[in-house]
Design a protein around this ligand. Structure first.
Ligand code: CMC
Length: 431
């Protein structure tokens, strides 16, 4: 039986269809609400709003479930790689060996940046934030690949996806080199995706960086776990920009800016800052938890809480184990890990966090892994962005391929002045 929803406004009843997703989640289709009733809905932060129909990722926040194209994240973390997952997200199916080999070859072929593009880095001050550089450089990259504006053909889309996934890694590494004042290290075609990134980040002309397999695996895993998360702030940004007809590069460049925010991807840097503050004696773990609970203090326990997960974030669970494994393998110790474990335990036993279902999210442990590998804190969100690219590309593609798609254009409830007249400057009161 098809479900429907009835809404009564001022005594008049309206009926709306209910759309049910493949995991039985119901959404009231209100596309005719304003036409029929003159009313709109008000949902700041969109916590109750489905902005689209999508088949890319599924989250059950109550149970702590995340699946990419139906495959549980735990299964992928155990058996797959970032590049395979990228293919899965963008094209909907795991690649055959032949498809994966072609995609990998495209990534290798596209790793270099145009030499002129390389010069753009010189326009940034040495201490520019790498996320600012990343966003600007992705937009600039689009100017060098105008041929990719027609992305209907499968080959063109595949080339564009490979280009952006491959080149963003080079841009990220170059932006790091720039802040160090070191020469750019060009991509090495014999290296795989993550090893090549680490090579461009950490090699110097007189010494090649040899990444340990465990380090490569940890970064690969982290990229995979960040690859998509349905309608989060940055992905929604990419979709909104795409809905206006913007090209892939500009849409993703906007997504990078959204991701930078400290409530979103920037939280991975904020977690380390918080742990460092505790370590440096600025406050202890208990004070930090108390501060997060204080409603008069804007401080939040960074790396905790999530709009959708009301349970342990499955990505955080995997990363916590990966962190433990990596530290053991590298014989690495970090006092910040001890503080993180203490904070987690304290928060999970606290009524405030329990009542609100606040658990560690993906950002709580990812920074500790990156620190152990030697990635500087201001590059953390860049790594998140590299990981999120396949998701952004898949969502961009979903938007442009939706023949019934409309430009994203929400409405508002206006609470400003009613109509009033212009006052000439000599008649205005001095303030
Ligand atoms: N510390 C203390 N209190 C919190 C926290 C936190 N980290 N997160 C949520 N709360 C409280 C919040 O104050 C509210 O309390 P009350 O009901 O008394 O007003 C309640 O929990 C519900 O929170 P919310 O504000 O409705 O949650 P939201 O869905 O608007 O925000 C969030 C989600 C992730 C922005 C928020 O939990 C937060 O700021 N966390 C810290 C930043 C962080 O770790 N962000 C990374 C998110 S995961 C990766 C990503 O998406 O990029």
């Amino acid at each position: 039986m098809t479900k429907e929803a009835r809404l009564i406004i001022d005594g008049k009843e309206y009926t709306f269809p209910v759309i049910t997703g493949s995991e039985n989640e119901d959404g009231i289709d209100i596309t005719q609400l304003r036409n029929q009733s003159g009313c709109i809905t008000l949902d700041p932060g969109f916590a109750n709003t489905g902005s689209c129909i999508s088949s890319i990722a599924f989250i059950d926040g109550e149970k702590g479930v995340l699946r990419y194209r139906g495959i549980p994240i735990e299964d992928l973390a155990q058996n797959s790689t970032f590049i395979e997952v990228a293919y899965l997200l963008i094209w909907g199916e795991l690649p055959s060996s032949k498809q994966l080999a072609r995609f990998s070859e495209l990534l290798t072929d596209n790793a270099m940046l145009h030499e002129n593009l390389k010069n753009h880095f010189e326009g940034f001050p040495w201490n520019a934030h790498p996320m600012a550089m990343l966003s600007a450089m992705i937009n600039a990259l689009g100017c060098y690949h105008k041929e990719l504006s027609d992305l209907d053909a499968h080959e063109a889309m595949e080339a564009a996806a490979a280009r952006i996934i491959s080149k963003v890694r080079t841009i990220a590494a170059f932006s790091y080199k720039m802040t160090l004042g070191e020469p750019f290290i060009y991509p090495a075609p014999e290296l795989r995706y993550v090893s090549n990134f680490l090579h461009m980040m950490f090699s110097v002309p007189h010494k090649k960086y040899e990444a340990m397999p465990e380090v490569v695996r940890a970064i690969d895993l982290m990229l995979m776990l960040h690859a998509d998360h349905e309608q989060n702030c940055s992905t929604s940004t990419v979709r909104i920009v795409a809905s206006a007809g913007a090209n892939l590069f500009s849409s993703i460049s906007a997504g990078v800016c959204a991701l930078w925010g400290r409530q979103h991807g920037g939280a991975n840097m904020a977690v380390i800052k918080m742990l460092e503050d505790i370590y440096d004696g600025g406050m202890d773990a208990k004070q930090c938890v108390e501060m997060a609970k204080d409603k008069n203090n804007p401080f939040r326990l960074m790396g905790f809480g999530h709009r959708v997960y009301k349970n342990y974030d499955p990505r955080a669970r995997i990363l916590k184990m990966a962190c433990d494994k990596l530290f053991t393998k590298l014989k690495h110790s970090d006092p910040l890990l001890d503080i993180a474990l203490e904070l987690e335990e304290m928060a999970l036993q606290d009524d405030y966090f329990q009542e609100r279902n606040l658990y560690p999210n993906v950002d709580f442990y990812s920074g500790l892994i990156m620190r152990a590998i030697g990635i500087p804190t201001n590059m953390f969100t860049v790594i998140f962005a590299i990981g999120r690219l396949p998701g952004w590309i898949a969502h961009w593609r979903e938007v442009v391929e939706d023949k019934k798609g409309r430009i994203a254009r929400p409405r508002q409830i206006y609470t400003g002045y009613n109509e009033r007249h212009y006052i000439p400057i000599d008649k205005r009161e001095d303030k």
